[in-house]
Design a protein around this ligand. Structure first.
Ligand SMILES: [Zn+2]
Length: 159
């Protein structure tokens, strides 16, 4: 399942990407461009504009009710019955939505802080923007947070 978020849902897009869900988002996306991308790439359009769901567009469109990004994330998971777990977290670039590629430690020598290089062994990199990802403190905090949100939305789902 692939998504595209409108300009009002930047934080939701980030949550979905962290969870490893293919989500297109750009602040530059105008309404016609959103619709065009959704249709061409078969993405579900997530929007906060009520009137968007009234347009005659061929791409599926979902109006996100919640104002609050963590709740929006749960709402989307519940609505579309999506399951995500920790093995999928941080598998797409948070900046460009490209799948990350595992890289050998020797390749990123000098490109990450020294303590990270010494203590971490698994690194991945975005083929597009070259950003390097690793499972450090920030990762662990985000993963815990996301896990909590996902398990809560499972409860919503089965209710
Ligand atoms: Zn990237």
């Amino acid at each position: 399942m692939k998504f595209i978020c409108d300009v009002m849902l930047g934080k939701l897009a980030k949550y979905l990407r962290i969870a490893g869900i293919d989500t297109e988002y750009s602040r530059a996306n105008t309404q016609p461009r959103l619709i065009k991308t959704a249709e061409e790439e078969h993405r579900i359009l997530l929007t906060r504009r009520r009137e968007m769901t009234d347009f005659n567009i061929s791409a599926p469109c979902y109006f996100v009710n919640s104002n609050y990004p963590p709740e929006q994330f749960q709402e989307v998971l519940s609505h579309f019955n999506i399951s995500s777990d920790i093995s999928q977290f941080f598998t797409v670039c948070l900046l460009c939505n490209r799948p990350l590629i595992k890289v050998d430690k020797t390749v990123i020598s000098g490109k990450v802080p020294e303590y990270v290089f010494i203590t971490i062994n698994d690194f991945s990199q975005c083929p597009c923007c070259k950003k390097i990802y690793w499972k450090g403190t920030h990762y662990n905090n985000m993963a815990r947070r996301l896990n909590r949100l996902i398990s809560q939305s499972d409860v919503l789902n089965s209710a």
